[in-house]
Ligand binder design. Structure first.
Ligand code: PLP
Length: 335
């Protein structure tokens, strides 16, 4: 299909590398070729998947004449940190509405939010969940009274605008596959607000790309993500392609790996993070990529992808979320 992309700022360093996980593939017996798409290296201080989305979101904000971005997430939100950094780069004011209590000494992503000059408001979990729309409205009115024009970005920049980032990434993957001799791949990503999965799923159908896209949810459940991915795609359709028939999509969610809850993981996830770091020199985080990658390894062991040669894991970033959870690793620090 002849796809017309909307305005986009060039913020990310693209294309990101598609690397073989050779030593891990060998260790697992060689049935699959495991690959990792290094979207943790998109740039703006290792900003991961959100930078691809923000290329389109910030272009839309600038086109609308906005000078202020408001967005939201958890206290250790990667998305909020990238928005803070990109806002600084573009000279836009950034206000972050955060869920949860800030640490006494800011750590990880929160530290970077402050360094980038974002204004941060933290709310107790219950209030954040119940009143998010009101909080956006409150801060939007606050800035508008001061003469600013505000662009509100939803959680994770997952909506019809943000998913362009991963529609474009699907096109990039098609070129990666040609270069790597991949005829058909199972592509797996962590799903938190659904936009990465939505963009890849839609992009696979639009371009088209020989891949099946799977999201491993790190919060909520399969039903929530089936609905969220479909509604992000429907938002895209309404905004950009209302005069064309909606593409037929198969949305694939692998549930069962959330563990104790969002942002919390069991010991085997931390062991998988250590295993990949020591085997391949690749660092995952416990909130998103480590949990999803651990889930992928469990699914491989159960035979979900039996007979599939190429498995591509999208490394969506998140390294700064590792440091506040440093206490969970069993490190052998003896000489
Ligand atoms: C590091 C990382 N990986 C994966 C995700 C999930 O992406 P999405 O929100 O598009 O589902 C997020 C954010 O939610 C993230 O910060």
């Amino acid at each position: 299909m002849d796809l017309v992309y909307p305005a986009r700022l060039s913020l990310a360093q693209l294309p990101t590398p598609l690397q073989p996980l050779q030593r891990l593939s060998d260790e697992l017996g060689g049935e699959h070729r495991l690959w990792i798409k290094r979207d943790d290296l998109t740039g703006a201080a290792l900003s991961g998947n959100k930078l691809r989305k923000l290329e389109f979101v910030t272009a839309a904000a600038q086109a609308a004449g906005c000078d202020t971005l408001i967005t939201c997430g958890g206290v250790q939100s990667n998305h909020c940190r990238v928005t803070a950094l990109v806002g600084a780069q573009l000279g836009l004011k950034v206000h972050l509405i955060l869920r949860g209590e800030p640490d006494e000494v800011p750590d990880g992503n929160l530290l970077l939010d402050y360094l980038a000059g974002a204004v941060v408001s933290c709310y107790p979990r219950r209030q954040f969940t119940a009143e998010l729309e009101l909080l956006y409205q409150h801060w939007q009115e606050h800035y508008e009274k001061l003469g600013h024009k505000v662009f509100c970005i939803p959680i994770g920049a997952s909506d019809g605008i943000g998913i362009w980032g991963y529609i474009a990434a699907a096109e990039e993957l098609a070129r990666d596959f040609c270069a790597a001799g991949i005829e058909h791949a199972q592509v797996v990503c962590a799903s938190g607000s659904g936009g990465t999965q939505a963009g890849l799923t839609l992009g696979a159908a639009l371009h088209p790309v020989p891949m099946d896209v799977w999201g491993i949810n790190v919060c909520d459940d399969e039903a929530w993500f089936l609905n969220k991915v479909a509604s992000d795609v429907a938002d895209w359709q309404r905004r950009y392609s209302a005069d064309r028939p909606a593409p037929e999509l198969e949305i694939r969610v692998i549930d069962g790996h959330v563990g104790p809850g969002y942002g919390r993981a069991e010991a085997p996830v931390y062991q998988t993070i250590q295993r990949l770091a020591s085997l391949e020199g690749v660092i995952l985080d416990p909130v998103y990529t480590g949990k999803a990658f651990h889930g992928l390894l469990q699914e491989l062991a159960r035979g979900r992808f039996a007979g599939c040669r190429d498995i591509v894991f999208i490394h969506t970033g998140g390294i700064f979320g590792l440091f506040p959870q440093r206490g969970h690793f069993q490190l052998s620090t003896q000489q």
